[in-house]
Design a protein around this ligand. Structure first.
Ligand code: TRP
Ligand code: ZN
Length: 886
């Protein structure tokens, strides 16, 4: 799409690096005013390129070009001799040395100012501690270097700093030496034996407390596990540590992958642009993905911590040992690592409940992106700012692509493919094609057409129709696929799609599946492979009209359209042997009903069959509370929006609230009983069963609070004040926050007073207020910008208040007068000079403007034009704004 966008980087322009770096020796002198970085690189001409050039008869050696931004160059020396300024050129983005030998040592000295670095990329300070964030292109803000992932080098790092204020000095690899300096300072040296791309470099210096544990790998290596936090937080790392040990054991068991050093460090910092970062042996985490105890963290926080700790740990093999050739291949490591962390979580908890959560996220976040101005393939062809491509498409759709390979190959052949991938590519920087080739070669499965999933953007639509012939006892499924046009890709080819399915007989049991031409039935569930625009499958020996259960487990990231009747859906809701599809049938039926209500003005009543189906789920809830808590939720506003031709956020909200009240009224005694049955004060545990019971209890309370009578209010207030666990406190607070009662103000005040010194808990308080359905939400959010606990420089705070309002409160953000849009544009313009990555991320809602009515589109466009007109705009914000304007 960017073929013509100025400044766009194109995949087709990829060239191997002209120079390779063997070793890097870094010396950091951390001072209050300025930090000095001395880098010694051993450089040699890339033999691969040299050959190509010799063949082309180029005698000239290529110039050495090193990336560097916001660096003050002090000196350059080549093979020990200082270079005079006429021997090199420096501009805002690079250092170029035109004449260099085939192999040499280069020493540069630069000065940087981490204390002034509010973009949180490169070396910066957070709560007074030094830390780094180099992915994707932050290393160039630390020193001059070929800042690209296909240049892999061995690093040694010396850190020197004031001993009292920065007692802890960390970098990648092993600590090899340390000592004191005369003037109250000290130093430490670290060596990383594994060659790595510079985006995996990390340094930490600070006043941190460490909690230590051990893990013995299955080959007998004893690994020291250390989690570093600010003093006072030592009591909140147990869960992260336990999660780390579970991840290490799981990766050995499932993939045969062992940790490869004697030390694994995690550092938690409060100012961080994303979730966490997999730097070799020194993972740096946003505090929100480390710190938890039941009083301060919700069940969802506990699950997120487990998943993110696992994700970063799994990167040690999928990302670090085998890394990306270039940033177009980002999904090589991210899609694969998300798939691995999803499988880990599924094994630790309920697999169907985990799958439901993944699909909800995919459909409410990734599908909209795939239908937006920012739509791009899992492996993009171009970008202006790579930081804008750490997207749901690269991560979550990328994980779905891996999952489909897993489905097509089966568990054993997938594992063989992984083994071959590591056998071939350990220590290399490779492409998504290399990964697919390993999978195809190890399994013998042809994945040529499948690889379109990496190249074609847009969510495919699968249209499936069934026909039963009672006389012939056959059932015919006709499957049609199409992929919608996306920016830069007007016409699409058919994809290779695994369609997992079964046929449900009248008694609710799966029928044996035998396709015409087959000798015998091969089980009751199978994966149909769709390759052409239209495919027909004929099942024989089908004794009665079945109800097809399609796309079981959401076997492909597609929009499924079927001809199932409401009665079919209610039947699957009760009987499908695939738990995911049981949930899905309820969602599809609920969506139909809600869309009908939206079309009819939003005050219809619910069909009795639907109410009875929900009642049946509720009666059965004790058997699997976690599943029931998912199945009893009406399709969300964000999902309903994806199902409308033109999104009407107000109508969606009103219809869904009306339906919630109807369901609450119809089943009130049941909700009350379910609430009471699950409200016992059992000891707090974060296992799947306990989490499920709390979820079901709080869902019951949500329905009761939809009616808002005195009894409900009493229960809610009681739960809020009596809660021991944050899950229960925040649920109650959230329901109260939607009300217009004195209890609301009292609860918000009490929560604030109790937690005002816990930043992560205050994030929840901001988020509850920002997502309140009350008409005054925007006024409240605007006021809260001046609250003492709000900090515009802290990404967590920005996401909790501004991000939560714009992305999580559609009915208020999309107010017809455009006030929400003007507010968001104001905040983007204010944050851009501070932190472009965060500012660009806030603009997500603007990039989806095409989905709305022309009135709202015009209002959003006006704000985008105001943003684009701003001088000195970052490439991050410019790219999103200009593409959204289209
Ligand atoms: N590689 C990180 C992960 O997914 C992502 C990440 C962390 C990141 N910090 C970042 C990406 C800053 C871009 C910029 O695990
Ligand atoms: Zn990752």
């Amino acid at each position: 799409m960017d073929k013509g966008t100025p400044g766009a980087i194109l995949l087709k322009d990829y060239r191997p690096p002209a120079h390779l770096i063997e070793t890097v020796d870094l010396r950091f002198d951390l001072r209050d005013d300025v930090t000095t970085v001395r880098a010694t690189l051993t450089v040699r001409r890339n033999p691969a390129c040299a050959e190509a050039q010799d063949a082309a008869d180029t005698v000239e050696h290529p110039p050495l070009v090193l990336d560097g931004q916001r660096l003050e160059l002090v000196s350059v020396a080549l093979d020990g001799r200082a270079l005079t300024p006429d021997c090199y050129t420096v501009d805002a983005d690079r250092l170029t040395i035109p004449h260099v030998p085939d192999a040499f040592t280069l020493e540069t000295v630069v000065r940087i100012k981490p204390q002034e670095n509010t973009a949180l990329e490169g070396l910066y300070t957070s709560s007074g501690n030094y830390c780094t964030q180099c992915e994707a292109e932050g290393f160039r803000k630390i020193t001059y270097f070929p800042d690209r992932p296909d240049v892999m080098a061995r690093y040694s790092t010396r850190i020197e700093a004031d001993k009292a204020r920065y007692p802890v000095l960390l970098s990648n690899g092993n600590p090899v030496d340390s000592g004191d300096c005369p003037d109250g300072r000290h130093w430490a040296r670290w060596e990383d034996p594994f060659p790595k791309p510079c985006y995996l470099f990390a340094l930490v210096a600070g006043n941190l407390r460490c909690v230590e544990d051990r893990f013995r790998t299955r080959s007998g290596r004893d690994v020291a596990l250390r989690i570093y936090v600010e003093p006072g937080n030592e009591d909140k790392v147990d869960h992260a540590m336990a999660s780390l040990k579970r991840s290490m054991a799981w990766d050995e068991e499932v993939f045969g992958l062992e940790y490869d050093l004697d030390i694994f460090n995690i550092v938690a910092v409060s100012d961080f642009n994303m979730g966490a970062m997999e730097n070799k042996s020194l993972n740096v985490f946003n505090t929100k993905y480390v710190l938890a105890k039941p009083e301060t963290a919700t069940d969802q926080d506990f699950l997120n911590i487990e998943a993110v700790v696992a994700h970063e740990y799994f990167h040690n093999w999928t990302g670090n040992r085998v890394t990306c050739r270039d940033w177009f291949q980002l999904s090589l490591k991210e899609g694969l690592t998300v798939f691995r962390d999803q499988e880990f979580s599924a094994d630790m908890h309920s697999r169907p409940v985990k799958r439901i959560a993944e699909v909800q996220r995919l459909r409410t976040v990734q599908f909209p992106e795939d239908a937006s101005a920012m739509a791009h393939p899992v492996r993009p062809d171009s970008y202006v700012e790579i930081n804008n491509f750490y997207t749901p498409t690269v991560y979550d759709k990328g994980a779905e692509v891996i999952r489909m390979i897993h489905t097509l190959l089966g568990r054993e052949r997938f594992r063989k493919g992984m083994d071959l991938y590591f056998a071939r590519h350990d220590g290399q920087a490779v492409t998504c094609d290399d990964f697919v080739a390993a999978m195809a070669d190890a399994s013998g499965v042809d994945l040529a057409q499948f690889s379109l999933w990496y190249r074609q953007a847009g969510t495919p639509v699968l249209d499936v129709a069934g026909a039963y012939d009672a006389a012939a006892r056959t059932y015919r499924l006709t499957v049609r696929q199409s992929v919608p046009p996306t920016p830069g890709q007007p016409a699409k080819q058919p994809m290779h799609i695994p369609l997992a399915m079964g046929l449900t007989g009248p008694d609710g049991r799966d029928l044996p599946l035998r396709l015409a031409g087959e000798d015998a039935a091969a089980g009751t569930g199978r994966v149909l492979e769709i390759r052409r625009a239209e495919e027909v499958f004929e099942f024989v020996d089908v004794p009665a009209r079945p109800v097809p259960s399609l796309l079981r487990g959401f076997s492909a990231p597609v929009r499924l359209k079927t001809d199932l009747s409401d009665a079919d859906l209610a039947f699957l809701m009760a009987h499908d042997s695939d738990a995911f599809n049981r949930w899905e049938a309820g969602q599809t039926l609920g969506t139909r009903i809600l869309l009908g209500m939206i079309a009819g003005g939003g005050n219809g009543t619910l069909p009795d069959a639907y109410v009875r189906a929900m009642e049946a789920l509720l009666e059965d809830a004790a058997a699997d509370p976690a599943f029931a808590a998912q199945a009893l939720v009406l399709p969300g506003e964000a999902y309903l929006a994806t199902q409308m031709e033109v999104v009407d956020p107000v109508a969606i909200h009103e219809a869904r609230e009306a339906a919630r009240r109807a369901l609450a009224t119809a089943l009130r005694p049941r909700w009350l009983a379910t609430y009471r049955a699950n409200a016992g004060n059992e000891p707090f545990a974060v296992d799947a069963a306990a989490i499920g019971r709390r979820a079901l209890k709080n869902l019951s309370l949500a329905y009761l609070m939809a009616l808002g009578d005195d009894e409900a209010l009493g229960l809610c207030v009681g739960q809020f004040h009596g809660a021991h666990a944050m899950t229960d406190a925040i649920a109650a607070l959230q329901f109260l926050a939607d009300t217009d009662t004195p209890e609301r103000e009292a609860a918000l005040g009490a929560f604030h007073d109790r937690w005002k010194d816990e930043p992560l808990v205050m994030d929840k308080w901001f988020m509850v207020r920002a997502t309140s359905k009350r008409a005054d939400a925007l006024a409240d959010v605007t006021r809260l910008l001046a609250h003492p606990a709000f900090e515009i420089r802290n990404p967590n705070k920005v996401y909790a208040l501004i991000g939560a309002f714009a992305g999580g409160n559609p009915v208020r953000f999309h107010a017809a007068d455009g006030a929400g849009y003007a507010f968001l544009a104001d905040q983007v313009l204010r944050i851009d000079p501070i932190n472009p990555q965060v500012a660009a991320r806030l603009m997500g809602p603007f990039s989806r403007l095409r989905r709305f009515d022309t009135g709202r589109q015009d209002l959003m466009r006006a704000q985008l034009r105001r943003i684009v007109a701003q001088s000195g705009l970052s490439p991050d914000v410019y790219e999103v704004a200009s593409k959204s304007l289209g």
